[in-house]
Design a protein around this ligand. Sequence first.
Ligand SMILES: Cc1ncc(COP(=O)(O)O)c(C=O)c1O
Length: 385
Amino acid sequence: MLKKYIMSPGPTEVPPSVLLRTAEPIIHHRTSEFEKVLASVSEGLKEVFKTSNSVLTFASSGTGAMQGAVSSFLSPGDKAICIRGGKFGERWGEICKAFGVEVIAIDVPWGESVDPTSVDKALKANPDVKAVYSTHCETSTGTLHDIQALGAIVSKTPAILVVDAVSSMGSEKCLTDEWGIDIVVTGSQKALMLPPGLAFASVSEKAWALTKTAKCPEYYFSYTKARKSLEKNTTAYTPAVSLIMGLDEALKIIKQEGIEAVWTRTEEMGKAMRAGMIRMGLELYSKRPASALTSVNVPQGVNGDALPKKVRVEYGLTIAGGQDELKGKIFRVSTMGYADLMDVPMALTVIGMALKELGFDAEIGRAIDAAVEVLYAYKVRKTAK
Ligand SMILES: Cc1ncc(COP(=O)(O)O)c(C=O)c1O
């Protein structure tokens, strides 16, 4: 027997009560019963997003909402700044190019966070830029960009700030309205504790104004159509009914803990994971690590492709390897979503044992000590509240 755990940075584990909701008999989407659920989840999402704007729901993975965040707001020939510091930052540039939008790239070395002054400079040099596209948590490198600082810069210009929060919404502090983010997109399969298949986006009035002149071709991912439908508590096309039922339950779980408490738990688990990895004798990859996931350099002499496979097949724990240029060079472990304190020492033990088998002298005991020190201090503080 092998007990299975999933600590990949998406998809993540889904709580049993959410799975049960998704398994309920289908209800028809053009009914008041479904409309009530959609209205309720749309309200619940606002609290997670920390926005007073409506949050749209699409039946797609996160990239669908990313595509619409370009095509519904810009026209071919428009200029957009794309911050690229990993696979997902690059995706913004690829989508813009696919729609004929001129990309002004700010390239950040992978594993590093964008210097906000470089965005300020690019905006001053290109006052006609319509939008700045950034990732919040760059999942391919485990790195956090300073969205609050970007918001302070972009909100003073006519450009809109569009943020990919696919792995950060519900795991990292993200104050959409307060930080001046115009469009935030996310997906269901990460911190929102659902199976893959839903994408979400909130949109500011400043961003909605752009839809009046936008001429990019679009159809399914039209934000305008989604907004019109949501005003009537419905969706433009057949929604992923079962996933929306699951979302209703997932939002209840988040509400019960409180989104701020969820951020803190994730932060402390991230801290514990990093402390454990370092004391195990490993090196972190990211220069500005996120809490949602920890990226770690594969130690010299270890086969970087063999590690995630061994951990999954022989120990039952799914983690992720590196992508693209980081393939075989790093591994990534998630602490977002349906994850609890004790997942950290479990993951450290499993990774340490697998590394030992692959020839690295992992200091497992020291790793657990370091992680538990962080987790225990957090537990005591939480209990004292
Ligand atoms: C930061 C980030 N952006 C975008 C995506 C793409 O989302 P999806 O695979 O749901 O389309 C991911 C998925 O891993 C992600 O982590």
